[in-house]
Design a binder for this molecule. Structure first.
Ligand code: IMP
Ligand code: MG
Length: 205
């Protein structure tokens, strides 16, 4: 009798329990629809957090005593920025910037203005934070706007990068994940304003 009980207990612990967790895990990480688009799970929260911590550690090492100023490009990078910033082990400042929508000008055609830059960046070590870099146009506009303001240095950190789509020559020194040229949502990234709150990242099917 005692023997049987032990056997059942062993079977429960080593066989049924893990299966139960795997099953509930899969259930909570299934396919998803936002408006008209279908998505499937792509990168899990745990892996994202691991990568964000690694990036933050690296920045902490390389910017010791440099008091960097993080410039977060809104809207998409706000969640990445919050997680990365809290993991920093050095003194640093953070400011949130945004590119205005296109404005027509008579001379140079269409330009985008940088809004929200309240800190002086003269002599500062700047770290631009992006959620995702696709063609690089947003980054180019941001860099153009920061030029001639006397920053000591400017580096770029992005959590996601689509290398096949990137068309600019600006070096992106810190990259979390290189991904294919597909559309993703979650962890701050959106489809028509939705999906930013998802903890995992999903890719379009
Ligand atoms: P880029 O200007 O072409 O490099 O695109 C950069 C911006 O477009 C990002 O900051 C995002 O806001 C948006 N974006 C690019 N790819 C994606 C994606 O796959 N999902 C969600 N937003 C994206
Ligand atoms: Mg963005």
């Amino acid at each position: 009798m005692n023997y049987r009980l032990d056997n059942d207990l062993v079977r429960f612990i080593f066989y049924y329990l893990p299966h139960y967790y795997i099953f509930t895990d899969l259930k909570s990480f299934g396919k998803m629809k936002i408006l008209d688009l279908d998505f499937r799970p792509y990168i899990r929260e745990k892996e994202i957090q691991h990568t964000v911590k690694k990036l933050s550690k690296k920045l902490s090492r390389e910017y010791t005593d440099l008091n960097p100023l993080f410039l977060v490009i809104l809207n998409g990078a706000f969640i990445f920025a919050a997680d990365l910033f809290r993991e920093l082990k050095i003194t640093a400042e953070v400011s949130f910037i945004k590119l205005s929508s296109y404005q027509e000008t008579t001379t140079s055609g269409r330009v985008r203005e940088l809004i929200g830059l309240n800190n002086s960046i003269f002599n500062r070590n700047l770290i631009i934070l992006e959620d995702i870099i696709d063609t690089g146009l947003t980054l180019q506009h941001t860099m153009d706007a920061l030029q001639d303001l006397g920053a000591a240095s400017i580096e770029v950190v992005t959590l996601f990068m689509k290398p096949d789509s990137y068309k600019k020559r600006i070096e992106v020194k810190y990259i979390g994940f290189e991904i294919p040229n597909d559309f993703v949502v979650g962890y701050g990234m959106d489809y028509q304003g939705y999906g930013r709150n998802l903890k995992d990242v999903y890719i379009q099917k």
